[in-house]
Ligand binder design. Structure first.
Ligand code: NAI
Ligand code: MG
Length: 348
């Protein structure tokens, strides 16, 4: 049976970078004699303007029928008042991640040969952040009283369950155990966020007993930010909650050469629903429609998709092609989105 992929280009640069990722994906699977079937879905801010739909149940149901989802980015330009702020992010993107139970948000960070890091002495950077994807402060467990008055009170209560923390921590240990350095750093702030923090701490300690080969380290999130800049080479696998992981991975993208290279997977490791692969960046309205976006993050996300589905040889092809292309980049020869995609395609 062919590999059955849903494609959601989205808004802004989403369609531009996804077009290149699809090109590379098609090339890599044909080189490995894998059959590929692609189905495109229109979702995002533009789609909402045209149809009033965020994520209809029928679309969600249809998405469930695919092996995986390749996603670009969604979101309106900051000044676009036609679209309620955060509507698409909450009602479409977060709804997808929660409905499809994407509890592992995987974000690899590697400083590739030939890429300039803003750090003076970056050292070898090669770590992966396992960010919890379905809990924490992002679940919408909050409310507000007396909105707009001087007495306004707003809450946004982080939800952490034993079930949810355990499954993501276990995934972090599995990944650490499979990597050469076998090191896991869990990041939280359990000196002040004691209830959630202690659940995380006890869970890490319990799961660690099953993985005696993995060295465990703990950092408060603020200290982790310092080390990410002063000594990023110390990290191998980082496991952390939804909010901390969101912040850590943007800084991680910055120290490894920028948001144009950062790939991610929203993964359901139990495979009860399709996982979704997307660049970390957003829809970049400031450069949309100009062929200025770097499609590399989207292309590396397609490699993560192939790896997740077990097509390791095709995944390696894409990754090696990206590494080869990156090593030849020159800062004074800017290429269009399509030109970068074509070059990576040729290397595949
Ligand atoms: P952004 O990631 O879209 O852009 C931040 C900066 O990075 C911009 O200057 C942009 O030009 C640049 N940039 C981003 N991707 C690039 C690429 N591939 N190549 C070269 N430069 C790139 O973040 P921003 O501006 O905060 O958000 C814009 C919209 O995207 C908002 O509506 C936001 O809500 C949405 N967003 C959506 C995400 C998603 O779909 N997963 C994630 C983050 C933001
Ligand atoms: Mg983010």
């Amino acid at each position: 049976t062919p590999m059955n992929i849903a494609v959601i280009p989205g808004d802004g640069i989403g369609p531009e970078v996804v077009a290149e990722a699809v090109k590379v994906l098609e090339k890599a699977v044909s080189a490995e004699d894998i059959e590929l079937q692609l189905t495109e879905y229109k979702l995002g801010a533009e789609h909402w303007l045209e149809s009033g739909e965020t994520l209809p149940d029928a679309t969600l149901q249809a998405l469930r029928g695919h092996d995986a989802i390749l996603f670009g980015a969604v979101g309106a330009a900051p000044g676009d008042t036609r679209i309620p702020s955060g509507l698409i992010e909450r009602e479409m993107l977060l709804k997808l991640r929660f409905s499809l139970d994407h509890y592992v948000n995987l974000r690899p960070s590697r400083l590739y040969q030939g890429v300039a890091s803003p750090l003076a002495n970056p050292g070898p950077i090669d770590f992966v952040v396992v960010r919890e994807g379905t809990e924490g402060p992002y679940v919408g467990n909050g409310g507000a009283l007396r909105v707009g008055t001087a007495q306004e009170v707003a809450t946004e209560v982080s939800v952490n369950t034993a079930y949810g923390v355990e499954r993501v921590v276990r995934d972090g240990f599995r990944r650490a155990s499979a990597r050469p350095r076998k090191k896991l750093t869990y990041v939280h702030k359990h000196n002040v966020l004691v209830y959630a923090g202690h659940l995380w701490k006890r869970t890490v300690e319990a799961v660690a007993a099953e993985f005696p080969d993995v060295a465990v380290d703990y950092l408060h999130v603020d200290a982790a930010m310092i080390f990410l800049v002063t000594d990023p080479a110390r990290f191998d696998v980082i496991v952390t909650d939804n909010l901390f992981g969101d912040i850590i991975t943007d800084l991680a993208a910055a120290v490894t050469g920028g948001i144009g290279l950062a790939a991610s997977g929203n993964i359901n490791m139990d495979r009860t629903a399709p996982s979704m692969f997307e660049p970390v960046h957003g829809s970049a309205p400031d450069i949309a429609g100009q062929q200025k976006a770097d499609p590399t993050a989207a292309i590396l996300s397609a490699a993560l998709l192939l790896e997740h589905l077990g097509y390791d040889a095709a995944a390696r092809r894409v990754e090696h092609a990206v590494i080869a292309d990156i090593s030849q980049r020159s800062p004074d020869a800017a290429r269009s989105t399509a030109a970068i995609g074509d070059a990576i395609c040729a290397a595949v």
